[in-house]
Design a protein. Structure first.
Ligand code: HEM
Length: 117
């Protein structure tokens, strides 16, 4: 499986994560969730997670999706918006729609651990 390479490898994933965090910071409905977040940790954990699910040479060392998000009372529309922000980041980084969908599909099974409302 070559998704990791198709995303541009380590540098590509890092650029996608940077853009994604920027997208989040500009979204007035989503940013408030992150106002107490250690952004450098978030950046590292997202890089690890995207690298791992795209079959790159990384291990995710963060907390479980359930433990991280359960207390946030995230609803479906907030979840969908965050997916859209990730898509925007990938579009900005020149990732094809087909490859975008491959990454999204691998994150989709985490949905029930994240939505709690
Ligand atoms: C595909 C959906 C999502 C994935 C794959 C995902 C993944 C992650 C990961 C890997 C972390 C870092 C965990 C750690 O630090 O150990 C994280 C943290 C976080 N996520 Fe998500 N997330 C998703 C959706 C959302 C949504 C929809 C929201 C809010 C609307 C959200 C809010 C947060 C916040 C606020 C943090 C930081 C927690 C803290 O400050 O400790 N996430 N997420």
């Amino acid at each position: 499986d070559t998704l990791y390479d198709d995303l541009g490898g380590q540098q590509g994933v890092a650029n996608i994560v940077d853009d994604y965090i920027t997208e989040i910071s500009f979204d007035k409905n989503i940013y408030p969730f992150f106002k107490n977040t250690d952004i450098e940790r978030l950046r590292t954990k997202l890089q690890e997670q995207f690298c791992m699910v795209s079959n790159g040479p990384c291990e995710y060392t963060g907390d479980t999706m359930e433990a991280v998000h359960a207390g946030m009372q995230i609803d479906k529309s907030q979840f969908n918006r965050v997916v859209e922000l990730l898509q925007n980041a990938m579009t900005s980084q020149g990732v094809s729609y087909a490859d975008q969908n491959r990454l999204i599909q691998r994150l989709a099974p985490m949905r029930p651990a994240i939505i709690h409302r």
